[in-house]
Design a protein around this ligand. Structure first.
Ligand SMILES: Nc1nc2c(c(=O)[nH]1)N[C@H]1C(S)=C(S)[C@@H](COP(=O)(O)O)O[C@H]1N2
Ligand SMILES: [Mo]
Length: 531
């Protein structure tokens, strides 16, 4: 059927895949970024990947785990495409069916996404059609159109074997240079056009975002302002995390491959389930209520000992306790499920939200409307609980239910249904690469035990006695605290360790445990070479 050499067939396959993806991204500019097959399949993979794989992704790539996933997917697709090209050179129909299967997988994945609609299958289907067309043009060549500019290369002289029959074309045979040039130009053109189209599609999709709507918002002043940051709370040392984390510097963890763009005009929060008076609130309703502003330190359960998946911000919002009091949870409704527009859920104990702590339905972060990546227009922030059980971003529902009746997103994936933050401490300076000079060295870091508060931080050198560090002032039991300790450092390699004790008198355990199922334990340990 084809005279294409294997390398060229593979290239044709890659060009077909590029055409498919570029076209799909362009169509997704109309149907929404989450209908892009890359994003939809990636999202499905994130949801169904076994827990250890996901943890590996977060550990190795951290906040870049999503980029890594997309790049990995693209590489994998490229490999498959090359194989499909090879197949096409022999069995065109089979390879076209292969492309159709890919398109079908993309379309099906798009349909599994939360709040998907039928149009979401279009990017995958139109993309697959474009890919099939390109593959056909390259590998089989439309015979009626001769000479077709993208005709597959032909051998200059048909080789003839000893018995006079034409020998099959294969590896190592020479291709007519003109046909070869045409083919490669065709491949280059298709890949170029597909890339431009794909990037344009992404860009167009991004422009439909809610940044403009967000920037137009002026948040009302709180009726209860956050206490000011006490003087000296920020030791302001190089390498030490600042006391208040900027919005740009704040860690981001979520399962969303593309950021949900939620229009505050049409956004609604439905509070329902096992309640006496279900209610639906608009963004304007929220802003019209008395708002409070509080500093709360938010931490991720996937934060390793010494890790940086933690930040402290000033949140503005409606006390969740007040909302719950109004809807009146029924007996037995011991869990409040926060549900995001993208279907993600977290389950928070109703009692925690009503015990008087500053659990907020937040609309503001450090004096601005919530950044889109941190949950615009509204999210939950609950002091003392890890984010995965409490900090639902892009929230659209609060459903009162029970822990017995519903498992939130991470629970069937092996994480604990209850996620109180563990008492932890971290050494920020010196770091191993600093190689300080012998003499006085300031050792400093942060410690946290949200909603219990830190009572004491101790440091030790080379397994020596624990020595008490100085605690900087902090705002409340819901925020982290900076600590420092003067070390008379002597030349050589030394091990520094830190441990914290919370206000209940409990000192963090030195037993090292990983992040699953309910948060890492152990003492942060750094090895420093003193010169
Ligand atoms: N919609 C949604 N909200 C979410 C998540 C998510 O995956 N989807 N992840 C949670 C987790 S695990 C954490 S630690 C916090 C992180 O909040 P941040 O990204 O604003 O730092 O958000 C929580 N809220
Ligand atoms: Mo998290």
């Amino acid at each position: 059927m084809s005279s294409t050499t294997p390398r060229f067939a593979a290239l044709g396959g890659v060009a077909a895949a590029a055409a498919a993806i570029g076209t799909a991204e362009l169509v997704a500019a109309l149907t929404g970024p989450r209908s892009s097959p890359l994003v939809a399949v990636g999202g499905l993979v994130v949801d169904i990947a076994p827990e250890p794989v996901k943890r590996f992704g977060i550990e190795v790539f951290g906040t870049y785990d999503k980029i890594a996933l997309l790049v990995g997917t693209a590489l994998l697709l490229g490999g498959f495409a090359a194989l499909l090209g090879l197949l096409a050179a022999r069995r065109l129909m089979a390879s076209l069916v292969g492309i159709a299967v890919f398109g079908g997988v993309g379309a099906a994945a798009a349909l599994t996404r939360a709040s998907a609609d039928v149009a979401d299958v279009l990017p995958s289907l139109v993309g697959a059609a474009a890919g099939g067309l390109v593959l056909w043009a390259f590998v089989a060549g439309p015979l009626e159109l001769d000479p077709w500019p993208w005709a597959p290369p032909t051998v200059a002289e048909p080789p003839v074997s000893a018995d006079g029959t034409p020998a099959p074309v294969g590896r190592g045979q020479r291709v007519d240079p003109d046909a070869r040039r045409r083919f490669l130009t065709g491949v280059g053109t298709v890949i170029g056009v597909a890339t431009v189209g794909g990037v344009a599609g992404r860009w167009l999709a991004g422009r439909q975002g809610v940044s403009a709507a967000r920037e137009a918002i002026t948040l009302p002043a709180p009726v209860s302002a956050a206490p000011p940051v006490p003087a000296g709370a920020d030791l302001d040392l190089p390498g030490l995390a600042s006391y208040v984390t900027s919005n740009r510097g704040f860690y981001r963890i979520d399962t969303a491959l593309v950021l949900p763009q939620v229009d505050p005009e049409t956004w609604r929060l439905r509070i329902h389930g096992r309640v006496r008076h279900p209610v639906t609130l608009s963004y304007a309703d929220l802003l019209a209520r008395p708002l409070v502003e509080r500093y709360v330190t938010l931490a991720c359960v996937s934060n390793e000992v010494g890790g940086d998946l933690i930040g402290n911000a000033r949140w503005l919002g409606v006390p969740l306790r007040e909302l719950l009091d109004e809807v009146e949870p029924l007996d037995g409704a011991d869990q409040v499920v926060g549900r995001s527009v993208d279907g993600w859920t977290c389950g928070t104990p109703t009692a925690v939200l009503r015990d008087g702590r500053d659990a907020l339905l937040a609309v503001g972060m450090n004096g601005e409307p919530l950044p889109v990546r941190h949950g615009f227009p509204a999210r939950m922030v609950v002091p003392g609980l890890y984010g995965y059980v409490s900090a639902c971003k892009w929230i659209t529902e609060l459903e009162l239910t029970s822990f017995a009746d519903f498992d939130a997103y991470w629970v069937p994936r092996g994480w604990s249904a209850q996620g109180p933050v563990k008492t932890q401490s971290r050494i920020d300076t010196p770091r191993p690469r600093n190689r300080p000079a012998a003499g006085p060295v300031t050792v400093a870091g942060v410690a946290w035990a949200q909603h219990r508060g830190i009572d004491r931080v101790e440091v030790r050198v080379d397994d020596g006695p624990w020595q008490e560090a100085r605690l900087a002032p902090t705002i409340s039991v819901d925020t982290w605290v900076q600590w420092s300790w003067q070390w008379q450092a002597t030349p050589g390699r030394h091990t520094l360790q830190v441990r914290a004790t919370d206000s209940t008198g409990e000192t963090q355990t030195g037993q090292s445990r990983g992040v699953a199922p309910d948060g890492a334990t152990g003492w942060h340990t750094v090895t420093i070479t003193v010169t």
